[in-house]
Design a protein around this ligand. Sequence first.
Ligand SMILES: [Fe+2]
Ligand SMILES: [Fe+2]
Length: 289
Amino acid sequence: MALTAPSPIGLSITPRDRRFRRSGATPRLWHGGRVEATAIYNALSTTFPKGEAFFVESVRAFRDDAPAKLATEIKAFTTQEAIHSREHDAFNRRARDSGYVLSSLEAKVDQRLAETRSRPLIASLAATTALEHFTAILAHELLANPRHLDGADAETAALWRWHAVEEIEHKGVAYDTWLHATRNWTRWQRWKVKAQVMLYITRHFVTDRTAAALELMRQDGVTGFIAWRNLLAYLWLRPGMFRKIGGAWLRYFLPGFHPWNEDDRHLLSAYDVGAPAESQPKRKVRTAV
Ligand SMILES: [Fe+2]
Ligand SMILES: [Fe+2]
């Protein structure tokens, strides 16, 4: 069955090959001196270098017979994610330089990736599709609500905004690859696998990132009830990132879901127009579509 993907006409997936803070240190508590805020973003970042390489590998496994438009988008997606991996690798190195020990967090990521890779390739693609939805809705919320990066170190905030912009830009690629790879499945079969994988991914995403953030808070001397209270309040109440993405997360289960049913390109143009000079793309590596 042919499936039409409602990606916006003229959408450009444009890798912005930027480098963030290659000299000088990042303050240990770069997020406004707040332990829990710094911890959750650092915990997320530890997943990116290997996680995004896994996304690329999962999507590329299905590119061979992809239609030309999708194949071009996969190339641009690959370039964007490779640069994100590089920059988060550098970010994680700066976190280590400021004294954090990330080895147990990275071991957990390795374990989850090994579990997923032990299953059929289509399961890796379904996991990537679910995680790309997560990153797209987190990115939307991050850009739409300045409160999330309020008080953060300027260069580090720029890194997160840049990553968010490109996650929105390529949010349809893994999903379109999934639709293509499962084009001979029934709608029910596709929905069932997609929904099961999303529930599995969500459980591990929320519990693993919470545990990782608590470990980093422990390294800052915040433990026990205070650590749980501060972290849960930050994630679920104020600014409440996890609560705010709840509605968008649920839409993944709706019949006819596609990431571009939510056209949030205004957040991209606001970034490219409103960003300070040093945040403008230095070089357009490749323009797709
Ligand atoms: Fe990314
Ligand atoms: Fe992505």
